[in-house]
Design a protein around this ligand. Structure first.
Ligand SMILES: [Zn+2]
Length: 104
């Protein structure tokens, strides 16, 4: 398990313990009943919706970055810099580079 996975699990545990603690406190103070303990209120639905929207935006941004990085990658797997015209490993042309047929 890498560091990022541990951080995600830790954040999920903190959120779960916080929500459970708040719900138990609300139940003990009479602010909710057992029937409404597991239901979300309007702020809960708003937060859940915003989190889902942000997760979708994050996934789209990651996918765009992966596609952008693949465009700069040679067929042999070496990552090419934007100003490189040929791959130094295999000698093939960099993708997206236009060449004129005029001789200098
Ligand atoms: Zn190459």
């Amino acid at each position: 398990m890498n560091r990022r996975s541990r951080l995600i699990i830790l954040c999920a545990l903190v959120v779960g313990v916080s929500v459970t603690g708040y719900n138990v406190w609300s139940l003990s103070c009479g602010r909710c009943t057992l029937h409404t303990l597991l239901t979300l209120g309007l702020p809960g639905y708003v937060l859940l919706s915003l989190n889902l929207i942000m997760a979708v935006i994050l996934l789209l941004m990651r996918r765009a970055r992966v596609i952008r990085e693949r465009k700069l990658q040679c067929g042999c797997g070496l990552r090419l810099y934007p100003f490189w015209h040929y791959c130094p490993a295999c000698g093939s042309r960099a993708p997206g580079v236009e060449y004129s047929s005029k001789k200098l």
